[in-house]
Design a protein around this ligand. Structure first.
Ligand SMILES: Cc1cc2nc3c(=O)[nH]c(=O)nc-3n(C[C@H](O)[C@H](O)[C@H](O)COP(=O)(O)O)c2cc1C
Length: 201
């Protein structure tokens, strides 16, 4: 029987701000030799270009050199990850747009990212989302509550101010690590990201 740890995780990248979060989460998984099934939406690719100045295709090509990444066409509802019979450990959507949050809440599966998330839920596998929008409207919050009540883990990209980050990189690292811990596949936070406590006077 294959080692369960080697089953892939699905990483979905949607068109919310926070392209760096997706990049860091993917890199962190690859550093741990974790196979990834990757699916991004057309909007995610636009945001990636805007926020990194590089093309999504070039980034994927670089990651694919590890031999650990399988990228899927978001229109391909016949891809492996569209079926619950394909073994995966769980799914992370990072960043997760409010459009994708709404579709998840309503149960739409109109692209492969949404279908994979739908399958993840029906198979009772772990689903973690990193939703990004500000401010949040009532409908955003209602949709997020619906998802939380279904057991979806919600890890908003909120900085760890208490550890006094001084760079965007540090914040990105922290959020990506938090999301992967929630997914349960990437061990623990690095020591520098763990709270070491305060002694009261
Ligand atoms: C530069 C840029 C930044 C965006 N940031 C956000 C965001 O932070 N949150 C969000 O919900 N939508 C954001 N959007 C809008 C989404 O990309 C848009 O609603 C899209 O239809 C989402 O589709 P998807 O969920 O299929 O990726 C942004 C769009 C652009 C171009």
């Amino acid at each position: 029987m294959p080692n369960a740890k080697r089953y892939p995780v699905i990483v979905g990248v949607s068109g919310a701000s926070g392209a760096l979060l997706a990049g860091r989460a993917i890199e962190r998984l690859l550093e741990r030799q974790q196979p990834i099934e990757l699916v991004s939406t057309p909007s995610a690719r636009i945001v990636w270009k805007q926020e990194t100045g590089t093309s999504w295709a070039d980034a994927v090509k670089r990651w694919q050199e590890t031999g650990l990444i399988t990228e899927h066409n978001p229109n391909n509802q016949a891809a492996t990850i569209a079926s619950g019979s394909y073994p995966v450990q769980g799914m992370l959507i990072i960043p997760c747009s409010m459009g994708t949050v709404a579709a998840l809440a309503a149960g739409f599966a109109t692209n492969l990212l949404l279908r994979a998330a739908d399958v993840t839920q029906k198979e009772s596998r772990r689903l973690v989302i990193v939703p990004r929008e500000t401010p949040l409207s009532t409908v955003h919050l209602q949709n997020l509550l619906t998802l939380s009540q279904r057991g979806i883990r919600i890890v908003p990209p909120m900085p760890n101010f208490y550890q006094r980050p001084t760079t965007v990189d540090e914040i990105v690292d922290f959020v990506a690590a938090r999301a992967l811990v929630a997914l349960g596949v990437a061990g623990e936070l690095d020591e520098s990201q763990q709270w070491s406590g305060i002694e009261l006077d």
